[in-house]
Design a protein around this ligand. Sequence first.
Ligand SMILES: Nc1ncnc2c1ncn2[C@@H]1O[C@H](COP(=O)(O)OP(=O)(O)OP(=O)(O)O)[C@@H](O)[C@H]1O
Ligand SMILES: [Mg+2]
Length: 425
Amino acid sequence: MARTLLLIASSSNLDLLRTPRELSLKVVLVAAAPPADESLYDVHLAANEFNEGAVLSAVHAYLRGGGQVDAVATFHEGALHVAARIGAELGLPGNSQEAVRAMRDKFVTGQQLEAAGVPTPATRIATTYAQAMATAEELGFPLVLKPQASGASQGVTKVSDEVELKAAFENIVGIYDLNSFDEDGYSVPNVARVYAYPEAQGVLIQEYVQGQEFAVDFVYGGGEYRPLAIHDKPYPFAEPYFIEGAYATPSLLPEDQQSALIRTSVDALKALGATVGGAHVELRLTASGPKIIEVNGRLGGTNAFVQESIRESTGVWGPREYLRAVLGEPVDFTAKPHPTPAGFTPVLADRTGELAGFEGIADAEALPGVVALRWMAQPGDHVVIKYPENPVSCFVLVLARGEQRDDVLSALQDAEKALKPIYTN
Ligand SMILES: Nc1ncnc2c1ncn2[C@@H]1O[C@H](COP(=O)(O)OP(=O)(O)OP(=O)(O)O)[C@@H](O)[C@H]1O
Ligand SMILES: [Mg+2]
């Protein structure tokens, strides 16, 4: 009999939603709004996918009605705690609620990594500006301030003196109160409404870590932690903010440094109690070795092309391997012996306004090496540029592959030059 997967949260990435079908699973999808394509699921449970209580009652009602659930999964950061709660209630494989908290709440991450001796920046939490000043006195500038639990680099700011500290602190405190970002009559939803972990609303203050940045994706279960790929982040961030740019894989680092990134990431996953699932670990490579910046308890790229880039490169589709892990199957995928260079970039809108459409689509698609575009905005959508509190300005993602790293980066750069938003005025 077909096994039934409880999939929490919809996604604009249809590749993710199609993956359970590759494993011939029956899908019970919990989402406030299901995707238009009804062939992607068998049963829809209407509930706010980020609300534990709401999802729990919907699932209980479904089970009382004779429904069955063999595994629970989510690809969405904002629903990890909900999936863990359901998994705990139903006794299904997956990360515990404690592990999910340890990964989503960056203060808990910092404390647990430090206690376990895994290298990570010194991490403090402040709820008042007086505490923030005392922390600055203790750790010294430069520092990085960020929300205790958010995503998309929301509010993440490097500060070098007290004036910048105060501005960044107040900015982050303000994030928690807003439903939307509004300017000149344009309005976009506040991403913290989706990403913020319930009741973790402090301001995180960290020592600034100097070094090139990398992201490592994993699937794990049964005591095995298997890396899918390392992505280099080839361009420096436009500090003092950290809006994500291009990713490229395989890494150009020497083997021993790649191994060090993987070792440190696995140490972090173990220290945080991650036992079954996916992970996207971000690290910086310092003069004294890798330091963990963030451990996400899910695969990279709910929307971004992280997994597609890995598939172009290694032939492995991480979301499928993640589903196999939560189904209790062995984590034993095999990558191509020689990875193909691949990568992606977000293309960012340049100003606030209403989108009428886009130009350069055919030119971008015709570029050698460009594999796919994924639209993150549609005509009629508003854009509000307000860094760092509203980091969302990507209107399209570009995926590319090539024979060499440089082919990938040129394809991405040329596509970025070609693709432009058209505004209504
Ligand atoms: N302590 C630090 N030192 C140096 N850079 C940092 C530090 N903390 C964060 N950053 C930079 O800011 C980026 C975003 O921070 P972080 O990953 O903690 O936030 P996030 O909102 O989860 O981001 P995202 O969802 O984009 O990964 C990091 O990828 C890194 O470039
Ligand atoms: Mg991050």
